[in-house]
Design a protein around this ligand. Structure first.
Ligand code: GTP
Ligand code: MG
Length: 288
């Protein structure tokens, strides 16, 4: 679905309501607005930041100022890299949408005439390799996979060699989920990173955490742990279409200063968009 449709529930429940109230230009409503933002997973610190900033401007400027603050918050500079193959390592806890996101981004890159290779480094969950294969066929991407139980970093190693010898533009690496509290997973991810890094010191160029917007505040903790261990370069936000309180991305970006690169807008192959802060915020705040 389109971005506006995907954001509909969060818009109707949280940000569109806030926008309507700000249009009434009444300082007495700020307290109620604070409660709505809190109920939308924006988090206490970020919510208080918005309210304090709004108090500093004339009520005529409330909505304009909030829009500006939101866009500024989400506009984290991101340098794109151009030393092919560009290696994207996707990480995140189980079920957030890593494999699906890789499939969708693979298709998106293919449509931009880039060649794409998938690496099936989830050698843990039964069915994971087949699931990625289906997405590879759909996207017109090649895939390097292995047996279940194989060392994921060895698969990444082989996939990188294949990417170089085939001259592909982008290598997208799928990894296992499991709980982020299990150190085994973190060590596995760190080893994939190290292995690639030994191949070429700029690898992997992107380490993207996939976060599920329906998770709520726990997503902050996930980003903290993965970032500490791996040094993330960006975020993919999924399942905004599945929540009515999709504000958690704000405290995450504010705290970790990581750019959102893509947003998932549904389960279909085309349900992915490159993230654009202005479009995102306008779709969230619109009241028509
Ligand atoms: N509604 C919606 N569903 C999504 C989105 N992205 C992924 N999903 C669904 O989320 C479920 C889990 O997706 P996967 O891609 O298998 O998640 P994963 O992170 O690879 O899971 P593990 O490999 O088990 O860790 C699937 O049913 C997807 O269709 C999205 O943006 N919106
Ligand atoms: Mg998966």
């Amino acid at each position: 679905m389109g971005l506006r449709d995907a954001l509909r529930r969060t818009r109707e429940n949280i940000f569109g309501r806030v926008a309507s109230m700000l249009r009434r230009k009444d300082p007495a409503l700020l307290e109620e607005i604070e409660d709505i933002l809190l109920s939308g997973d924006v988090g206490i610190e970020t919510t208080e930041f918005f309210i304090e900033e709004l108090k500093k401007v004339h009520p005529d400027k409330y909505l304009e100022r909030l829009r500006e603050l939101l866009v500024e918050m989400l506009s984290v500079p991101h340098e794109s890299v151009h030393n092919p193959p560009v290696v994207y390592l996707f990480v995140g806890v189980n079920g957030v949408g890593k494999t699906t996101t890789i499939g969708k981004i693979g298709l998106y890159f293919r449509k931009k005439k880039k060649s794409v290779l998938f690496a099936a480094c989830d050698t843990f969950r039964t069915g994971a390799q087949e699931q990625l294969k289906i997405w590879a066929d759909r996207a017109g991407a090649d895939i390097v996979s292995s047996q279940y139980g194989a060392d994921p970093s060895a698969v990444a190693f082989d996939a990188f060699d294949a990417a170089v010898s085939r001259g592909v533009d982008c290598l997208l690496i799928d990894t296992a989920g499991r709980l982020h509290t299990k150190t085994g997973l973190m060590e596995e991810m760190a080893k994939i990173k190290r292995t690639l890094n030994k191949k070429r010191e700029d690898l992997p160029q992107e380490i993207l955490i996939v976060i599920d917007a329906t998770t709520g505040q726990n997503a902050i903790h996930q980003v903290e742990i993965f970032n500490e261990k791996l040094g993330l370069t960006g975020i993919v936000l999924t399942k905004m279409d599945g929540t009515a309180k999709g504000g958690v991305i704000l405290p995450i970006v504010r705290r970790f200063n990581l750019p959102v690169l893509f947003i998932g807008t549904g389960e279909a192959p085309d349900d992915i968009e490159e993230f654009n802060p202005e479009e995102f915020i306008d779709a969230l705040l619109s009241t028509d």
